[in-house]
Design a protein around this ligand. Structure first.
Ligand code: PMP
Length: 304
């Protein structure tokens, strides 16, 4: 069970988390009419400060998701950002957290209802786990990734997560740590909650944004760090499953999972079968950025 922040926010009103409730007939619950963002805020003990990572980019993606799903709201990204920061200040976390911003169709309308839209914000304590160093053993799942022609993975709609949930349960039953999806066309897509990368002959390769992936903000960070700070060639293109078997290193990336090595796929060892040097270097650079220990792009670290 996750350890929750004590307060939650609904439409800017901060309340005890137990009181943050929805109606049983809300379209969010009846039809999964909801879209969300999950992101972290990092505690930097030297600065005695909490920094929300790429908050504006996440709020921007939330509004993109609402546009695709035709949610109708007068709320602005600036308001949602302010509500988020107000909640995090009230919860007064002094450790690294993960928080969710959920935009959902409220009221008790029918399947095609476009509003009213409410915004629910919650936070949880999210320490880094040993998988950060030890890595993941992935297995390709028999469930295919939902496609843009079915239910767009580019939109972080809560309904999409049933596709991932089926895959996670199958992976666990088969003895893997986590599932890897193929697209309907049989190319590599992403995991249930992160993007996949390989390292081959010094190049960093990842499926392109038409491979039925979420356009991940951590993926964007990885590509920029690899290209701009490490001087590596980065390639976004369709990726075959067997390219992962033959990679020198592999890893996944997402706001919650951060950067984690992938040490095997389908029980086939990748590289040495342990965290590789390039992944470790990338992880260290990423952590320095998110904890605001090294200069990054303007607006990436917002002091709470
Ligand atoms: N793919 C899926 C399916 C996800 O749920 C996530 C986590 N939000 C990601 C990729 C990684 O996205 P981000 O780096 O923006 O968190």
């Amino acid at each position: 069970m996750e350890k929750l922040g004590r307060h939650a926010s609904i439409n800017g009103e901060v309340m005890a988390v137990e009181n943050a409730k929805v109606h049983i007939l809300t379209p969010a619950l009846k039809y999964a009419s909801a879209v969300f963002e999950g992101l972290r805020a990092y505690w930097n003990a030297d600065d005695e400060a909490l920094y929300a990572f790429r908050l504006d980019d996440h709020v921007g993606r939330l509004f993109d998701g609402m546009k695709v799903l035709r949610f109708e709201t007068d709320a602005t990204p600036g308001q949602v950002r302010d509500w988020t920061l107000a909640l995090l200040r009230t919860n007064a976390h002094r450790e690294t957290i993960h928080f969710r911003i959920l935009a959902y169709i409220d009221g008790h309308g029918m399947q095609g209802s476009r509003g009213p839209v409410s915004f629910g914000i919650t936070s949880t304590i999210a320490p880094r786990t040993p998988a950060f160093r030890d890595g993941y053993r992935l297995g390709v799942t028999s469930w295919l990734r939902i496609s843009d022609a079915v239910m767009p993975p580019r939109v972080k709609c809560i309904a999409n997560y049933q596709n991932g949930r089926l895959a996670i349960m199958e992976a666990e039953e088969a003895g893997y740590d986590y599932p890897l999806f193929l697209t309907v066309a049989g190319k590599v897509s992403e995991t249930a909650g992160s993007c996949i990368f390989i390292v081959k002959n010094g190049k960093v390769i990842t499926p392109d944004v038409t491979s039925d992936i979420l356009e991940s903000i951590t993926r964007d960070c990885v590509l920029r760090i690899a290209r701009d700070a490490m001087g590596l060639e980065v390639v976004e293109r369709p990726l075959d499953r067997t390219e992962i078997y033959l990679a020198d290193e592999a890893f996944i990336a997402g706001s919650h999972q951060e950067i984690r090595p992938v040490i095997s796929l389908d029980k086939i060892r990748i590289g040495t079968g342990e965290r590789g040097p390039l992944v470790e270097d990338l992880q260290n650079r990423y952590i320095d950025i998110v904890e605001n220990r090294t200069p990054s792009q303007p607006g990436w670290c917002t002091a709470v």
